[in-house]
Ligand binder design. Structure first.
Ligand code: NAD
Length: 462
């Protein structure tokens, strides 16, 4: 069903795609370079809007948004030629002489729906892959990061080809209206509840899609690990963007013999990173809105606060908080925290920690601190998740060559680097046969001789 009349810009994008200009690798490169120019020339403006939306420091903006995106663009530019190369395939003797290959073809006009926590990255990362794969795109940023959304709307048109890309701002109503239209691919990042709605909207048009969700990412700290380094890295990864990171460690499972040492190491790291009053630190971000501050305040109930625990709704502030005395029935363990609260739960046997992880929906990532190869292998084999990162956190998501995506409750489909390019491409098969010879073997009327020849060819040469 064509529904472009409901949203006229879509017809323009479709026309651009039909003209075939996006198939040209040179055009794709030009758009990627233009996107990089947007990130470089508008760096100060980008830092300012992200400060307004989430009070991110400019270092954090560079590390997790602009700098990361520029790396992804350079990676795509470097590898585009090889990603676009057709793949030759051997043809069975029965169908020879012939040539066969398949190659990555763009889907057409794609929709990218971004979430608010990394409001620039979550729109532009999929866009980079969509451009590299030769698509036109509609970008729908999150309404909960309004300044970033406005900058994308206002700024991108000066850099990218306006007949091929457009930004649609708005909230639930606008998103629902957009999804009435037929897109050729949908890339959605956000919550499970809305992810289901996006899936049913996509089903109406049989549109393929990627769903990037969150979940509760566990971090195991084994008895045999460097506790000082583990403490510093966990605190950095948890409180970056005030815990509003889909890959952030949601809770820590620590071997009971190292619990006290880990808690001390994390408390030390907290003070070293954000001072005695993190509310005054220029490097500590804010919660996206008052609703989420109140939600986090509710999650604190039923746990013991070891550090932090304070909040200020008006300032959208929730202190970096370490929680103990947490059970699996505590409110903080009933949903993805998505904020700066870190429950630390001791375990005695590794199997107990693995059972805790397996009991919940598959997370986007599992983190493990352990110097024991056997423990590393048991965690790798005994759990399922989008990624496993050993002795660090989050950085697996910054490696452009590693696929990024969820499984089960954390979503499906992958992005980043070549996998992102493939996500936004369909593999088109081409078989080119010679017209002669044209033996009778496969044509009726069939005979026992023809059957025997066919059998031999298919069984022994196919
Ligand atoms: P959100 O509220 O910003 O919503 C995401 C997008 O969905 C927004 O653009 C919003 O306008 C749109 N939307 C709202 N209603 C819609 C509807 N009915 N149909 C279609 N689109 C609609 O973000 P959120 O949902 O609060 O996201 C937070 C979640 O996202 C967390 O669970 C987090 O873990 C997850 N997340 C996942 C990743 C990842 O890469 N896997 C990255 C960031 C966040």
């Amino acid at each position: 069903m064509q529904t472009d009349h409901l949203f006229p810009e879509l017809a323009l994008l479709r026309e651009t795609f039909q003209q075939g200009i996006t198939r040209d690798p040179g055009w794709r490169r030009t758009q990627l370079r233009a996107l990089e120019a947007f990130l470089v020339e508008r760096e100060a403006e980008i830092a300012a809007v992200l400060y307004d939306d989430l009070r991110k420091s400019s270092t954090e903006v560079f590390l997790t948004e602009t700098g990361y995106l520029r790396g992804e663009i350079r990676f795509a530019l470097r590898h585009l030629k090889s990603w676009m190369k057709p793949h030759r395939v051997k043809v069975p003797l029965l169908y020879q002489p012939a040539k066969a290959f398949y190659s990555a073809e763009p889907y057409g006009v794609v929709l990218v729906v971004g979430a608010w926590n990394y409001p620039l990255q979550l729109c532009l990362e999929p866009l980079i892959s969509a451009i590299a794969a030769g698509n036109c795109a509609v970008i729908k940023p999150s309404e909960f990061a309004p300044q970033t959304s406005a900058l994308l709307k206002k700024g991108l048109g000066h850099y990218l080809e306006p007949t091929a890309f457009c930004v649609v701002e708005g909230g639930v109503e606008e998103a629902k209206a957009l999804l009435q239209h037929r897109f050729d691919y949908i890339f959605y990042t956000g919550s499970q509840v809305i992810g289901r709605e996006v899936m049913s909207a996509a089903a109406r048009h049989l549109t393929p899609l990627t769903i990037e969700l969150g979940g509760k990412c566990p971090c195991i700290v084994d008895e045999h690990s460097d506790i000082r380094v583990a403490g510093r890295r966990i605190v950095w990864a948890k409180f970056l963007n005030a815990g509003q990171t889909c890959l952030a460690p949601d809770y820590v499972l620590v071997h009971h013999r190292r619990e006290q040492e880990l808690l001390e190491s994390m408390q030390e790291a907290l003070v070293a990173f954000y001072g005695d009053d993190p509310g005054k630190s220029p490097d500590y971000p804010r919660i996206v809105n008052e609703h989420h501050v109140r939600r986090l305040e509710r999650l604190l109930q039923g746990s013991l606060v070891l550090s932090g625990g304070g909040s200020d709704v008006g300032d959208r502030y929730v202190a970096p908080t370490i929680l103990t005395g947490v059970t699996h029935a505590s409110p903080v363990m009933q949903e993805e925290i998505f904020g700066p609260l870190l429950p630390v739960i001791p375990y005695t046997e590794l199997d107990e920690a693995l059972a805790t992880i397996r009991y919940r929906a598959e997370p986007l990532a599992i983190y493990l601190f352990s110097s024991e190869r056997d423990v590393q292998q048991r965690v790798l084999r005994g759990t399922r998740s989008g990624a496993l990162c050993i002795n660090d956190l989050l950085v697996q998501g910054a490696v452009h060559g590693l696929p990024f995506g969820g499984i089960g409750g954390s979503g499906f489909g992958i992005c980043h680097g070549q996998r992102g390019f493939e996500t936004f491409s369909m593999q088109r098969s081409v078989l080119h046969r010679a017209l002669s010879p044209d033996p009778d073997t496969r044509y009726p009327p069939y005979s026992s001789t023809k059957f025997a020849i066919l059998k031999w060819l298919m069984n022994w040469t196919g």
